[in-house]
Design a protein around this ligand. Structure first.
Ligand SMILES: [Zn+2]
Length: 292
């Protein structure tokens, strides 16, 4: 669907509930730490389908495909570089199976390449453009409703991704940044720079996802809201990640405490609400209870 169709859907609902984490939930189901979630799209599709269904049962209006790392660069690290098309197509077809006629939209998840653009890293803009274009094209052809370019940290990379999508389609785009350093991204980008840049584009919504603590994400929401007329997408982690020294990361905010904050996020201007790392279907059910 294009921007005006997604806008119409949002007007109907006023606030849309998105889903929770993919990676941390699949890990709870047995995905080894350090293994790409996309490897389970082909290797354990029942688990991916089950997670999608649990989010839908919890009340999600939108689910994201298990394709965050489905671009050619990340799939290479996962040993799946020869299966890029297959992984993305299968992830979308599992999402369609989970939706099965219900009034739930499928958002194609597009994460960062994981490499730095020149001059900080080896990635050229031209190559990044090709990588994003290929990823988006496979997801669009497989039938996603819109795209979420998410967990971005570099404005130039995000813009390259947006241009790559626009070179092939007018599909609606949400572009979301992760403010890992509190109110700045890993690259030091601030929400006002994100707003200034994305306001000039035709992305439908500007997002805040993953990031640091719930408080820091809320602060970013408060900064961003007056700077843009675009709807805001808000998917924070279940609190700040804490490592246990054995390679595991824990998130401590309970479903009840998470859900109880959802009204505050809407009050502060979020129109799409969900969760990122550490948020389970139970967290989503708690959000749903608070959003009408
Ligand atoms: Zn996250």
């Amino acid at each position: 669907m294009n921007t005006s169709e997604l806008s119409h859907r949002l007007q109907e609902k006023n606030t849309m509930v998105v889903d929770g984490a993919t990676g941390t939930n699949l890990q709870k189901m047995g995905l080894p730490i350090g293994t790409a979630p996309e490897s389970w799209v082909l290797g354990n599709p029942d688990a991916v389908l089950d997670l999608y269904k649990r989010f839908i049962d919890a009340g999600s209006d939108i689910i994201l495909t298990c394709t965050f790392g489905g671009n050619r660069i990340r799939l290479k690290h996962a040993g799946l570089e020869n299966n890029a098309r297959e992984v993305n197509q299968k992830a979308v077809s599992l999402a369609k199976q989970a939706v099965a006629g219900k009034n739930v939209l499928i958002a194609g998840s597009i994460g960062p390449t994981g490499e730095m653009l020149e001059p900080l890293g080896p990635l050229t803009e031209a190559y990044a453009f090709e990588v994003y274009k290929e990823h988006a094209e496979t997801l669009i052809n497989a039938g996603v409703d819109f795209l979420v370019i998410e967990t971005q940290y570099d404005l130039n990379e995000a813009l390259t991704a947006i241009l790559a999508v626009r070179s092939i389609s007018d599909i609606a785009i949400v572009c979301s940044f992760s403010y890992d350093r509190g109110t700045r991204t890993m690259m030091g980008t601030r929400p006002n720079q994100v707003a200034e840049t994305l306001n000039q584009t035709d992305v439908f919504a500007i997002g805040i996802n993953c990031g640091k603590s719930l408080e820091a994400n809320l602060e970013v929401l408060e900064i961003l809201k007056p700077l843009t007329d675009k709807p805001i997408w808000f998917k924070p982690n279940a609190g700040a990640p804490e490592a246990d020294g054995e390679g595991n990361v824990h998130y401590h905010i309970s479903p009840e405490d998470f859900g109880n904050q959802a009204n505050l996020w809407v009050e502060k201007g979020a129109r799409f609400v969900g969760g990122c790392c550490g948020t389970s279907p139970e967290h989503l059910a708690a959000i749903r209870q608070n959003i009408h």
